[in-house]
Design a protein around this ligand. Sequence first.
Ligand code: ADP
Ligand code: MG
Length: 301
Amino acid sequence: MKIAMLARNPDLYSHKRLVEAAEQRGHEIQIINTLRCYMNITSRRPEVHYNGQKLTGFDAVIPRIGSSITFYGLAVLRQFEMMGVYPLNESVAIGRSRDKLRSMQLLARDGVGLPVTAFARDPKVTEEVLQIAGDAPVVIKLLEGTQGIGVVLADTKRSAKSVVEAFRGANVDILVQEFIKEAGGSDIRAFVIGGKVIASMKRTGAEGDFRSNLHRGGTAAAVKITPQERATAVKAAKSLGLNVCGVDMLRAKDGPVVMEVNSSPGLEGMENATGLDVAGKIIEHLERTYKPGKTRTKGRG
Ligand code: ADP
Ligand code: MG
């Protein structure tokens, strides 16, 4: 295969590993700086240009689009799809996963377990929104936050109200969510490839932090997940239409609840915690599934 990888930083662990895994399997892989691509949107002849040249001959594209450039990155990926290049994850599916509200709505429709979550715009209904989320403590999060930034735990109703008002004053959209206390500052990440969980780890937050993000100083260890957790992760991936993703779940008292689904999951934490060759499994999956022009969107919305 000739593979394009849309990424900005070739030195990131995940990107280096994907290049290594592709080359080891005899494929040609080129890292393409997403922001330096430009597009010719002409009827019947969609083109992507890069460094003064038209990109041609690619069989598959691996999108590793950073959350800060989602809009432009998805436009570039769509253009590859229009050219008939097979994407590891489709642009539509990535778009769903990047918006926490949209993905939760889709997951809820498909019956995936979720923390009780409320969303509203009108400041007059703050009381009711907090009530839906079960009053304090609640977790308040930015709709498009990542790496734990913009996720706040409000211990009391009073602090919850001020946090909601502060975010609203800054004109950003937020979710208010039931705090899953019994998770004890840990979450489970299940790595799904092609409808199967191929690796999973438990992440635990740094001392005193309820957020388990590795970027916030959390630590990770391999974990054996339950059949119910496995089924939930697979269902969440399917619901959003993602071939490859990291499904983050909390162990709540009635079973797993999904917090978010990451469409460009990092490989470093998972490979180190489990010793598995996750990059290799991703390339293997591409080998099995790629077909020129096969970019049908799964699922609705
Ligand atoms: P981000 O996209 O910034 O990673 P998340 O929604 O994944 O945001 O939240 C970050 C971390 O905060 C999670 O990994 C988890 O440890 C903790 N967390 C988030 N929501 C809840 C919740 N409702 N109850 C308990 N802990 C939560
Ligand atoms: Mg997260």
